[in-house]
Design a protein around this ligand. Structure first.
Ligand SMILES: CC(C)(COP(=O)(O)OP(=O)(O)OC[C@H]1O[C@@H](n2cnc3c(N)ncnc32)[C@H](O)[C@@H]1OP(=O)(O)O)[C@@H](O)C(=O)NCCC(=O)NCCS
Length: 454
């Protein structure tokens, strides 16, 4: 059968997508105009300085990247198009029968800068289900991998293999105009996010429950509702609501973090969204970034084992010092930008406080007690610039309580979440025609010479 022309493939999209696409389309001219104005009026304006410490210190604090969907204030935390996490919790539509904001409403906000209606949110959920089945070649690839291969490696491989059907790549080869790149990118991005639950759940099944039959997608469920169903926990409403909240609030954290930056960098070469996000997932797999949530639980459980039922502030302090004196970091504490408790941590703690079963959970109680003493210990230790908890300090412990006990899988859930922000940037980078990213590097000799001469 001859391949359908690209224009036909664009026009056959469902109404729901069309309305998301229309909402983005409506926003593009004003943003393009703003970028043009900034270029014309301020291209030569200095908005910061580059110190040697920035160059040799992992580029901390360097204002060197355009990322429009969220801004991270060191004191206040993240805002998505100006909305804080509590604002989003109040304004973004939940799933039918649920209370927590969901991935669909957060994605709509990130992509368009606007809060979607209930109807727009539901339409996006239905569209995700329609697109959400994995291609056979990806199922085959994932099923062929050894169960001992880390789930994050499997996720990155599966996402990369989805690029077999990339509309952007096919359209680019056919020579579409630069002004149309964003539309093909959006199609790939929506297909990518829709297929993540089936991919991530298949990895979970293969690694932890080999041979167990998998549920199929339910057309009446949202993205995360379906993800939890495919994982085999569909009858646990509390876990479903927790994951809805976690995946929505963890979806974007401005552009400089390693996974977001990687997606943007790779995307800037005009690699398609699958390859760009696959690269981002491998950045997420590092213990200083996404892998921290598996490390937190491992560490809290080792603490629990050592101190037993004598859970006092003094015993926790002792354990914290033991960790620090052995040269390890305290997982779940500190942040590259934040200088206060992470509002994502606070939102997850509030979720725990609202559920009696979580209030009674020994591991959740330990997380809370650790929070009461860890900042003091870390301040006394004197190294970290931020002695407060980040989102990972609590996330894995809640999953554990609800029976999702496989630590190594936790970063995969983060990987499903972070797609929201990364795909938003990929679409907007194409809509704004952002260039190939290519900073200038310097050798040690060149840094020294330059520093001496200024
Ligand atoms: C997140 C993190 C990587 C940020 O790193 P950063 O930007 O370099 O942080 P800082 O500038 O505060 O680091 C300064 C020093 O404090 C140390 N430090 C930072 N966080 C620490 C922690 N939680 N426990 C102990 N030491 C810590 C750093 O290792 C560094 O030590 P060094 O000078 O010997 O290399 C770091 O805080 C960390 O490793 N935290 C634990 C892992 C984690 O929770 N990651 C998830 C982040 S969302």
């Amino acid at each position: 059968m001859p391949a359908r022309p690209i224009a036909a493939r664009f026009s056959s999209r469902s109404l729901s997508t069309q309305s998301l696409k229309d909402a983005i389309k409506e926003t593009i001219p004003a943003k393009q105009e703003q970028l043009k104005r900034i270029k014309a009026q301020h291209a030569g304006t200095t908005i910061g300085e580059v110190k040697v410490e920035n160059v040799i210190g992992g580029m901390r604090g360097l204002k060197a990247m355009l990322w429009d969907s969220s801004v991270l204030d060191p004191e206040e935390g993240i805002r998505f198009h100006g909305l804080s996490i509590p604002d989003c919790q109040k304004q973004l539509p939940a799933a039918p029968g649920g209370k927590e904001m969901i991935a669909e409403s957060m994605l709509w906000l990130l992509l368009t800068g606007k809060v979607p209606s209930e109807a727009q949110t539901r339409a996006l959920s239905r569209d995700f289900v329609e697109r959400g089945t994995l291609p056979a070649h990806v199922e085959k690839l994932i099923d062929s991998l050894p169960a001992t291969l880390h789930p994050m490696t499997q996720l990155g491989m599966g996402v990369a293999a989805l690029n077999h059907d990339s509309l952007f790549q096919a359209s680019y080869e056919k020579g579409i105009k630069k002004s149309e790149y964003w539309e093909a990118t959006l199609e790939d991005c929506l297909n990518l996010i829709s297929r993540l639950p089936a991919l991530a759940a298949r990895i979970y099944r293969n690694v932890y429950n080999p041979g167990k039959p998998m549920e199929s997608l339910d057309k009446d469920l949202d993205l995360v509702g379906n993800y939890v169903r495919l994982l085999g926990f569909g009858d646990n409403q509390s876990l479903t609501e927790y994951l809805r909240l976690y995946i929505a609030l963890h979806g974007d954290h401005e552009g400089g973090n390693a996974s977001a930056h990687t997606a943007h960098l790779v995307g800037s070469t005009l690699s398609d969204p699958y390859l760009s996000y696959s690269a981002a997932l491998f950045a997420l797999a590092g213990p200083l970034h996404g892998l921290a949530n598996q490390e937190v639980l491992r560490w809290q459980m080792a603490m629990q084992k050592e101190i037993g039922s004598d859970v006092t502030h003094d015993r926790i302090k002792e354990y914290l010092w033991k960790t620090l004196k052995s040269g390890q970091v305290v997982p779940g504490y500190g942040h590259g930008v934040l200088r206060n408790p992470d509002p994502r941590f606070i939102a997850l703690q509030e979720f725990c406080d609202s559920k009696p079963e979580l209030q009674d959970s020994p591991i959740i109680q330990l997380v809370k007690k650790t929070y009461e003493v860890a900042p003091g210990v870390l301040k006394e230790h004197g190294k970290t610039k931020n002695p407060y908890p980040n989102v990972d300090a609590t996330s894995g412990c809640v999953l554990y309580h609800y029976g999702l006990t496989q630590f190594k899988y936790y970063t995969v859930i983060f990987g499903v979440s972070r797609a929201l922000g990364c795909i938003t940037q990929l679409v907007w980078a194409r809509a704004l025609g952002l260039p190939l990213e290519r900073p200038k590097s310097l050798s040690l000799d060149a840094i020294e010479k330059l520093a001496k001469s200024t």
